[in-house]
Write a new protein. Structure first.
Length: 382
């Protein structure tokens, strides 16, 4: 049995709002009996500290800026890194493990003092930064710097975790020792996300939830709405989340004259609030673009739809097709709103097909569940 230890997690995000992976891992470790603290951002007038589900969080005096400007993003990262360094300078050596969640990879260097004190550093790579910024700005100095940063961060870390076998293999090819690099998939907690009776609604509800950035293709769903509203008069698109593209998406809906068919939450919701929202949905949409980064992503939202028995329409990308097949998801060509509209209409007219997709997706999801996956965290607590 593992000895109970003190663990610190660091994340450039609001806790527990917009990084469900961090919340799941933190709660899993707390349930194992460990003391878990999270260092995170502070939104508006949130309390500086608090405790939820056995996890104590400390919010630093900084908000997240949803900016498309790379310089603004990197400046924010650096400032947050300094604040984390100062926090760990005072408290870091009281922890056994310091677990850094990316982006960015360079955050881990804020743990230099605890590292010198012999504390274990874990780098949890949610997104591969070189691929992510190549998709944003193409090749260039920033991508070269991030490639070097990733390499140095992985060397600095005692252990490296990432979210799929595709990305683990990529990291190994870049020089990370295989024995040092593991996969903990970004899976929903089945105790929270489970099938519920569908709540009756006069609308045909479709949903996207999560971060609103261009690479996730939410604009493609909005462009599909004018193509389906005649066939499905009761269509209602729910966009639940926030991000740098929010205002552009609202403007697009207005330009296309479909603002009455779309609901924007204009904010993130908690993991505990989300299932009630999803229980009203007829279809979940995962419209990823197929750039060098997003084509390899397996979105947690897709797994949340599968766990709640919501039929899924998703972009045909390698990241999704590695785990799901055409019998479990209705695929469409990325960025093709006409094809997406056809798939939405097809599912609307074929409820038996929707049930078939749900049953097959459920079989796949049961092979990958958080209860089993979370036990991999025990390895690092020895």
């Amino acid at each position: 049995m593992n000895k109970k230890i003190k663990i610190c997690m660091v994340v450039y995000a609001y806790y527990p709002w917009d990084e469900s992976r961090v919340q799941r891992e933190a709660i899993a470790l707390a349930k194992m009996g460990h003391t878990v603290d999270v260092i995170c951002l502070r939104k508006n007038n949130e309390p500086i500290t608090g405790n939820e589900n056995g996890v104590t969080f400390y919010r630093l005096p900084m908000r997240r800026h949803y900016s498309k400007k790379i310089l603004v993003q990197l400046t924010d990262y650096c400032f947050f890194g300094v604040l984390v360094f100062l926090r760990l300078l005072r408290k870091g050596c009281t922890y056994k493990i310091i677990h850094f969640h990316t982006p960015p990879d360079m955050f881990i260097f804020a743990g230099i003092i605890p590292k010198l004190c012999g504390k274990k550093m874990i780098l949890d790579i949610h997104d591969l930064q070189p691929e992510l910024y190549t998709a944003k700005v193409s090749k260039g100095l920033i991508v070269d710097v991030l490639t070097i940063s990733e390499k140095l961060a992985c060397r600095f870390a005692n252990n490296v975790i990432t979210v799929t076998d595709i990305w683990r293999n990529r990291l190994i090819k870049r020089g990370v020792p295989a024995q040092k690099c593991d996969v903990i998939m970004n899976l929903p907690d089945e105790k929270v996300f489970y099938s519920r009776p569908k709540q009756k609604d006069s609308f045909y509800n479709i949903v996207y939830h999560g971060t609103l950035v261009k690479r996730y293709g939410v604009d493609v769903i909005i462009k599909a709405i004018p193509l389906v509203k005649t066939t499905i008069p009761g269509i209602k698109l729910h966009i639940v989340g926030d991000g740098e593209e929010l205002n552009n998406l609202i403007s697009l809906a207005s330009t296309l004259g479909v603002e009455d068919k779309i609901y924007f939450s204009k904010k993130f919701v908690t993991v505990d609030e989300l299932p009630d929202i999803l229980s009203k949905m007829n279809t979940g949409i995962v419209p990823n673009r197929a750039d060098c980064f997003t084509k390899e992503v397996l979105n947690t939202k897709l797994l949340e739809y599968a766990s709640m028995n919501i039929p899924i329409i998703a972009s045909s990308t390698i990241g999704i097709r590695t785990y799901f097949d055409k019998d479990s998801i209705l695929f469409f060509t990325p960025e093709n709103e006409k094809e997406l509209a056809e798939k939405i209409i097809y599912l609307y007219n074929n409820p038996n097909k929707a049930k078939e997709l749900v049953a097959n997706a459920e079989k796949i999801f049961k092979k990958h569940n958080w209860r089993a996956e979370s036990q991999k965290l025990r390895k690092y607590c020895r």
